[in-house]
Write a protein of this length. Sequence first.
Length: 82
Amino acid sequence: MPANTMLENVKYALGITGTALDNTLTQYINEVESFLTESGVKAENITAGIVARGVADLWNYGGNEGKLSPYFIQRATQLALK
């Protein structure tokens, strides 16, 4: 990842500013990155886009659904096969 950190890039993708949610976002980022890695996605294929999608799915902005979207699963599968 270039100069920006994954946290900064995910926040940008989700339209989040400030630092109040950094700890929460970091936990979700770690969870999504682990999911992708353990699914066979190579580190170089884990981008802020797919991580942001996973973070949004899990967090769902407080909706408490906590499940990954069909799009995320499909994209993770594509990246694992890449």
